[in-house]
Design a protein around this ligand. Structure first.
Ligand SMILES: NC(=O)c1ccc[n+]([C@@H]2O[C@H](COP(=O)([O-])OP(=O)(O)OC[C@H]3O[C@@H](n4cnc5c(N)ncnc54)[C@H](O)[C@@H]3O)[C@@H](O)[C@H]2O)c1
Length: 327
């Protein structure tokens, strides 16, 4: 019997590359697609020699053509860290809107089931804690982060419309902060930023007074949740994340203990619209998918730290990516 074919957009990124690995392991033929704007081919280099993997260098905000059958589509292409989407706001809005529309059109044409990567950012700076899927969010559409948050909210609306009006089988995962190997040290998110500073022997920068909270999910747990959601019959959005919440100040202290750095914590002003609290309510994922995270922060951080430590030293000092295009 021939293998089922899955298209993964954003395949060369952090999460996309882990998804490619998982679907190959599950016996699928994987079609990866990426324009490499924030991704890195090194994340999927090991897959190029496999017959069951093919790759298209393509911008999904433009019309997508994939020959042959497709059974599943996972739409993960999008700049994901604030340091990226603040520099390329238009592309971020385009990939969440036009890119999603193109993926949904492809799903309809191929009669494929599609899962789109949404985010806890659709809850904005939440007034409800922890956030469950019934909460509509508190987003500033014209604030700097609006380009990402609103693109993802539009993505959800468009996905639901394709489900309701065209009968496309759709799944929406609302991903909360996830970490693990293949993240970029310089992507501006708290976890790689702290580890990068510790590796370089710099002080760890906490924004605000550090009382704002985050909940970090290890990548293997997230991928398991996504896989289960895709295979479920749930068209409603599902939160996938780790509810183990920690303040950024305490988290910085955990990183200091983990890395053994002698540096201290320094405080800087809080960026505009930075969410104060983040914790997923995962009741729905537990009930519908039988899913809950298994990897403790202690274990996940250890693996992630070892990954960053083993990178060539010049990677520790690499500046954040600059982008040539404004469109
Ligand atoms: N990592 C997280 O904690 C997190 C949390 C919530 C949601 N998400 C979502 O998961 C997805 C992947 O995030 P990530 O952390 O792996 O980010 P990433 O930047 O590592 O990966 C995104 C990938 O998408 C590609 N891409 C961007 N625009 C594209 C376009 N127009 N055409 C083709 N490829 C394009 C990039 O080159 C990159 O390889 C994103 O949709 C993001 O919004 C991630």
């Amino acid at each position: 019997m021939s293998k089922k074919r899955v298209l993964i957009t954003g395949a060369a990124g952090f999460l996309g590359s882990h998804l490619c690995d998982r679907f190959i392991k599950e016996g699928f033929h994987v079609v990866g697609m990426d324009n490499l704007i924030t991704g890195d081919l090194r994340n999927i280099e090991h897959l190029f020699k496999k017959e069951e993997f093919e790759f298209y260098h393509h911008d999904v905000s433009k019309f997508i053509h994939v020959p042959g059958e497709l059974h599943y589509i996972l739409h993960f292409a999008s700049p994901a860290s604030p340091i990226d989407y603040l520099k390329i706001p238009i592309q971020t809005l385009k990939v969440g809107s036009l890119g999603t529309h193109n993926c949904l059109g492809l799903a309809k044409a191929k009669n494929a089931r599609i899962l789109v990567a949404s985010t806890s950012e659709i809850y904005g700076d939440p007034m409800v804690h922890p956030q469950n899927e019934e909460y509509w969010g508190n987003v500033n559409p014209v604030g700097p982060r609006g380009v990402y948050d609103e693109a993802k909210r539009f993505q959800e609306a468009m996905t639901m419309a394709y489900h309701t009006f065209h009968g496309v089988e759709t799944r929406i995962v609302r991903i909360f902060n996830t970490y693990g190997p293949r993240m970029r040290l310089n992507d501006g998110r708290a976890l790689p930023a702290f580890i990068g500073q510790a590796l370089r022997g710099e002080d760890l920068t906490v924004f605000g007074d550090g009382s704002q909270t985050r909940s970090f999910c290890y990548v293997d747990d997230l991928i398991e949740g996504i896989y289960r959601l895709l295979m479920s019959d749930c068209a409603q959005p599902v939160n996938v994340g780790n509810p183990d919440e920690i303040s950024l100040k305490d988290f910085a202290e955990e990183i200091i203990a983990l890395t053994g750095t002698t540096q201290k914590i320094v405080y800087k002003p809080l960026p505009v619209d930075d969410p104060k609290q983040r914790q997923p309510d995962i009741t729905r994922a537990k009930e519908i998918l039988g899913w809950s995270p298994k990897v403790s922060r202690k274990d996940g951080l250890k693996v992630t730290y070892e990954y960053f430590k083993a990178l060539p030293k010049e990677e520790w000092f690499k500046q954040p990516k600059e982008f040539a295009t404004k469109k």
